[in-house]
Design a protein around this ligand. Structure first.
Ligand SMILES: O=C(O)CCC(=O)C(=O)O
Length: 262
């Protein structure tokens, strides 16, 4: 049974809004049953964290957890990606971004694509909310329309995670009044352009803030290397590229699924 509501789609009107603004949010994306199931599964994941690992660390679990793989392969999600980049689609990353009550990292203003060591046509990142999101628990904030400004100058920082923060002078002087903050019930979602500037604050509420971002690309794109860590024991996990729809047009021998879940 699908985890996505049967009435969800990335309609022509949504696509037009997305092209203009660089994002599109939905209050209702996951079914109620899927939301409850995902919440339980995330609790399991949090209980499996390597001792000492911060629950706010970004983790990439699609080769570990079958349910995340299944979610990332939902046909209606792939349809939405296909409408942006064509029929040959690769899943190359998933990011779980949890912020426990009263904590969690601040993610500074950045654009996604310059970080990633991947190239070619990139569809929107799909940001799925497993908790209600608002200004109190560190929901994402975007700068509508700024996906069309190209790569913005960065303020290089020593910070290991986000060393490509957008230089403050590259943002509009009245940036706070030009932003849009994601606000949605648990089970909502948003699509954001990989060039759209965005940030998020720590979670100042007593509630959790748990999000999964799914990232896809065209099978014709450039596929660079990157190392991730298994959140359960810190063991290295090289990035893998999976052909989830269509053809391996450049005949790179792309697998269609992980051989097994770790
Ligand atoms: O969820 C957030 O707070 C930030 C997400 C993000 O930076 C991204 O999806 O690229």
């Amino acid at each position: 049974m699908s985890m996505i509501r049967s009435d969800w789609m990335f309609s022509e009107a949504d696509q037009e809004f997305y092209r203009q603004n660089g994002y599109r949010t939905y209050d209702h994306f996951l079914t109620d049953e899927a939301l409850a199931c995902c919440q339980r599964e995330i609790d399991v994941m949090l209980s499996e964290l390597q001792p000492g690992r911060d629950p706010a660390d970004i983790i990439s679990p699609h080769c570990i957890k079958r349910w995340i793989w299944d979610l990332a392969n939902e046909p209606c999600i792939l349809d939405a990606m296909e409408s942006q980049i064509g029929a040959n689609i690769v899943l190359w990353s998933t990011h779980m971004l949890c912020k426990p009550p009263g904590s969690g990292i601040e993610i500074p203003w950045h654009q996604d694509a310059p970080y990633w060591n991947v190239g070619g046509p990139l569809p929107a990142g799909l940001w799925i909310a497993f908790d209600a999101m608002d200004e109190d628990n560190g929901a994402m904030v975007v700068l509508p329309g700024w996906h069309r400004k190209g790569t913005l100058p960065i303020d290089a920082r020593e910070d290991a995670l986000f060393d490509q923060m957008i230089a403050p002078q590259a943002l509009p002087p009245d940036v706070d009044s030009a932003t849009c903050q994601y606000r949605m019930p648990a089970g909502g979602a948003g699509l954001h352009d990989t060039m759209l500037p965005h940030y998020s604050t720590p979670n100042q509420s007593r509630r959790w803030r748990r999000v999964l971002v799914l990232r896809y690309m065209s099978a014709e794109g450039d596929m660079g290397e990157k190392m991730y860590e298994d959140y359960r024991d810190g063991s290295p996990m090289p990035r893998e590229y999976f052909l989830v729809r269509g053809d391996d047009v450049l005949q790179r021998g792309l697998p269609r699924a992980p051989g097994s879940f770790r």
